[in-house]
Design a binder for this molecule. Structure first.
Ligand code: MN
Ligand code: MN
Length: 387
């Protein structure tokens, strides 16, 4: 079927019918969910076999409400195939604090909207404070204590990524929890003050709580033993993207964001009609977060297995190592999503480049394509292409 026609037909209620195959649904049905997943309803003819589920939406995650914000997570509990990376979508009101805490996994984050102040210290007493806005990242190594506080008129919303698919934001070491489980005489001894100093500490954990808005960053500066050797924040959107016909890509790994030793990311923008080219990753699984637009991804899992999924803003995708995949923009607006990897570096192998850089007679013996097809492939990798 013509792809252009297929796109424009999308708003119409679809039935599981393709040519002579299939039939209408006459039993119970959920038209809204079915409309979100047109390529599950009528899989492309190349789909085959039993590929595991590779999609989750934060809209289906438990929402943890608190005074000062909320959080919801996508872990291996929600998306069992994704064992290397877990994600949390979190919102903080102006002044709302994700309380001072630390945890077993390293934390990488992308600011989706608004402003926040982040703080941390490292094991050598270096102190870190910064204000982060849309498109900024942060990275806190495992065990490093930190905090996040919403700023501005409407606080902030961000994506947290952890380098362990089984990590839960509900399993963190909280300042309030630590204090509540330490006897008052021990606290008095630890700080060299009277026990009465701790009469008003919280009896249970705060997790997220409402606090007064802080002053300007300069007034919140604490020098400690000096700045952290590698900054825990990075301005990803300020990074010059690789631009090409069909979109743009920013790749941020530890070669640019030095502190981010275990998470690498690509921010991919695909214009309508364009696609993230057919490729795979030679190092690790991929974990995706869709920021805006509408997408269709087909994943080739080898041995006669392939499956197609649909994505929109707030959805999570997963691609197990080293399955081939491509992501099409099937909407009318720019598609923007993050590719995230539990690695110190980003790496991908391009199908087009593989064919270009292999003796063409050999490729042609496999595929029976004209030499002009191979000659037309650019030498440089084109992560995003347009038809
Ligand atoms: Mn954290
Ligand atoms: Mn990929």
């Amino acid at each position: 079927m013509n792809r252009e026609r297929e796109r424009t037909e999308r708003p119409v209620r679809r039935q599981p019918i393709s040519g002579a195959r299939g039939a209408t649904i006459i039993g119970p049905t959920n038209p809204a969910r079915e409309a979100e997943n047109p390529d599950l309803m009528v899989p492309p003819s190349v789909d085959h076999g039993t590929v595991a589920n590779l999609r989750w939406s934060f809209a289906d995650s438990h929402m943890h409400l608190s005074d000062g914000g909320w959080g919801r997570e996508t872990t291996a509990r929600e998306l069992p195939i994704a064992t290397e990376v877990a994600g949390v979508n979190m919102r903080l009101t102006p002044g709302g604090v994700r309380e001072m805490h630390w945890h077993k996994a390293a934390e990488w984050a992308y600011m989706l909207k608004g402003l926040a102040r982040i703080t941390a210290i490292d094991q050598d007493g270096h102190a870190f404070q910064d204000d982060v806005g849309e498109g900024d990242l942060w990275y806190f190594p495992a065990g490093i204590p930190h905090s996040i506080q919403g700023l501005g008129d409407d606080g902030c919303e961000f994506l947290l990524v952890f380098d362990d698919g089984f990590f839960s934001e509900e399993e963190t070491f909280l300042l309030s929890d630590l204090m509540a489980h330490t006897p008052k005489d021990i606290l008095a001894k630890n700080f060299g003050v009277a026990e009465s100093a701790f009469d008003r500490i919280p009896q249970k954990d705060l997790w997220i709580f409402q606090a007064p808005m802080p002053g300007p960053l300069e007034s919140d500066r604490i020098a400690g033993a000096g700045p952290v050797p590698e900054s825990f924040s990075y301005r990803m959107l300020a990074q010059e993207p690789m631009r090409m016909r069909g979109g743009a890509v920013r790749i941020t790994d530890s070669s640019r964001f030095k502190a981010s030793k275990t998470i690498a990311a690509a921010l991919v923008e695909v214009e309508p009609g364009g696609m993230r080219e057919v490729h795979w990753h030679p190092n690790v699984d991929e974990w995706q977060y869709y920021i805006e637009g509408r997408a269709r991804m087909t994943v080739f899992a080898s041995t006669n297995n392939a499956r197609t999924f649909n994505f929109q803003a707030g959805d999570v995708g997963a691609v197990p190592f080293p399955m081939a995949h491509y992501v099409e923009n099937i909407g009318d607006t720019t598609l923007r999503f993050l590719e995230i990897f539990r690695s110190d570096h980003f790496a991908d192998v391009s199908l087009a480049q593989w064919l270009k850089l292999t003796p063409h007679e050999l490729v042609r013996a496999h595929l029976h394509v004209d030499e002009s097809v191979l000659n037309g492939i650019p030498l440089a990798k084109m992560p995003v292409v347009s038809g």
